[in-house]
Design a binder for this molecule. Structure first.
Ligand SMILES: Cc1cc2nc3c(=O)[nH]c(=O)nc-3n(C[C@H](O)[C@H](O)[C@H](O)COP(=O)(O)OP(=O)(O)OC[C@H]3O[C@@H](n4cnc5c(N)ncnc54)[C@H](O)[C@@H]3O)c2cc1C
Length: 404
């Protein structure tokens, strides 16, 4: 691996991609397809890609963990791209160099940063110390072992899920289906409705799914503090302190930008501000895509894999245009709809001119994930095979969906 890197350094500075999640991987694989001769180096601090939307199914054992987390080394070697496992610690934009945790220093010709997001505790007291999160496999395994341990003793344990967005709702339904009466689940949401940035159809289906499972929702409520045994919630009636066994925090994310030590780049809402060509202001050869970035004039785009992948694909085209000396094109988001899982074997889908719920939606969801990942599905053979198990049933449905 290091031989490949020194070879690249001696021939031509590479295009370096830091972060190989949905944005970085889509970018790298698309660029390689468009121009196989470009030297591309992908760096990620982890060894495995995490297919985050499938983490609920790993928790419920509907799929095995390796199926949702294929190895980067396999994905990139199949595609003929050099992969390096390392953690970015510093960028010197003026010198075009990167520094990594093992003191490796690299120069780049073009830089694409896409290091995703971390849970955001909004500095609420006691959250970091006393809550569980659900953002990566480390969080997933920690939660799994807590849930497994508590399976052995008592019922009606008090579980609070903070945040009534997709993650909170999907987790609540899965946990209820796995553990039934072992947990009394409460979702705490600060606004006046759950899924307030999602499609109405999905919201209605989610409300039904929560009601069916007797999951309580506390609206207009904000968490003030979480201690070892208590959770303090502020609402119209004042501050209430309740006993808790477990709190899972899914209330929001913040960009993962610990390696940016200075204010040499402009940020908006904490995320890297890019223009509509996805380029970082003042640095012609640097780009930021996925959760860490925000596009000037398109601040309302959701923070999702769908956006990250579309940006990855678009930037690959733009970089190829740039290298050929042509003008680049502005990014445009195409809303391909949204899907949420609602317990074991159930889901809700809205968009692309149709809505679907229940078991059929669950099966369609896994197929749609694969059909919407045309560029990485060959590499993600494991997740792909899981998603396509029942393809024959959905041939007609897919045909209609793909023609939209
Ligand atoms: C549980 C869950 C469910 C979700 N479900 C959906 C869904 O159904 N639909 C949807 O559209 N979106 C969903 N999302 C959101 C979606 O996963 C993110 O928007 C998407 O992953 C963002 O892509 P990204 O490439 O910006 O970041 P990521 O996919 O998070 O990738 C970032 C990569 O950067 C690497 N990295 C971080 N820091 C460094 C560093 N310093 N050096 C080197 N590498 C680094 C990480 O290891 C990681 O591989 C979900 C998220 C979660 C947590």
């Amino acid at each position: 691996m290091h031989n490949n890197i020194s070879l690249m350094k001696s021939i031509q500075k590479p295009i370096v991609i830091v972060g190989a999640g949905f944005a970085g991987m889509t970018f790298a694989l698309n660029l390689k397809n468009l121009n196989p001769s470009l030297p591309i180096l992908v760096v990620d601090s982890k060894s495995n890609f995490i297919f985050k939307p499938l983490m609920y199914e790993v928790l419920s054992k509907e799929i095995r963990s390796w199926e949702a987390a294929p190895k980067f080394a396999d994905i990139f070697s199949d595609a003929g791209i050099t992969f390096l496992k390392n953690c970015l610690t510093k960028i010197s934009f003026k010198e075009n160099t990167l520094e990594f945790s093992d003191e490796l220093k690299l120069s780049y010709r073009y830089l694409v940063i896409c290091t995703g997001s971390l849970p955001n505790s909004f500095l609420a007291k006691g959250v970091d110390e006393n809550c569980y999160f659900f953002n990566d496999f480390h969080d997933l395994n920690k939660l799994k072992s807590f849930l497994k341990k508590s399976q052995k003793n008592s019922i009606h344990k008090k579980l609070f899920i903070v945040g009534g967005g997709p993650s909170g709702i999907e987790l609540a339904c899965k946990i209820k289906d796995i553990f039934a009466d072992q947990f009394e689940i409460n979702i705490i949401e600060k606004s006046n409705e759950i899924l307030n940035r999602n499609k109405i159809f999905n919201r209605e289906q989610a409300e039904k799914a929560l009601e069916k499972r007797k999951i309580k929702v506390l609206l207009n409520s904000t968490v003030k503090e979480v201690s070892e045994n208590k959770i303090s919630i502020s609402s119209e009636v004042g501050i209430t302190s309740l006993d808790k066994d477990l709190v899972i925090w899914t209330a929001g994310v913040r960009p993962n930008l610990g390696y940016l030590k200075t204010d040499e780049i402009t940020k908006k809402f904490g995320r890297i501000l890019v223009n509509n060509n996805l380029r970082i202001e003042n640095y012609k050869n640097c780009f930021a895509i996925g959760d860490i970035s925000i596009i000037e004039g398109m601040e309302d785009l959701p923070i999702t894999a769908q956006v990250a992948m579309q940006q990855g694909k678009h930037l690959a085209k733009n970089l190829e245009l740039l290298i050929l000396g042509n003008d680049t094109l502005p990014f445009e988001f195409q809303d391909n709809g949204e899907m949420i899982s609602l317990g074991i074997g159930e889901a809700s889908i809205s968009g692309l001119g149709f809505t679907l719920s229940g078991k059929l939606a669950f099966e369609a969801r896994r197929i749609i994930y694969a059909s919407k990942l045309p560029d990485i599905r060959e590499s993600l053979k494991s997740a792909y095979s899981w998603m396509f198990q029942k393809k024959s049933i959905f041939k007609k449905f897919l045909k209609k969906n793909n023609s939209n």
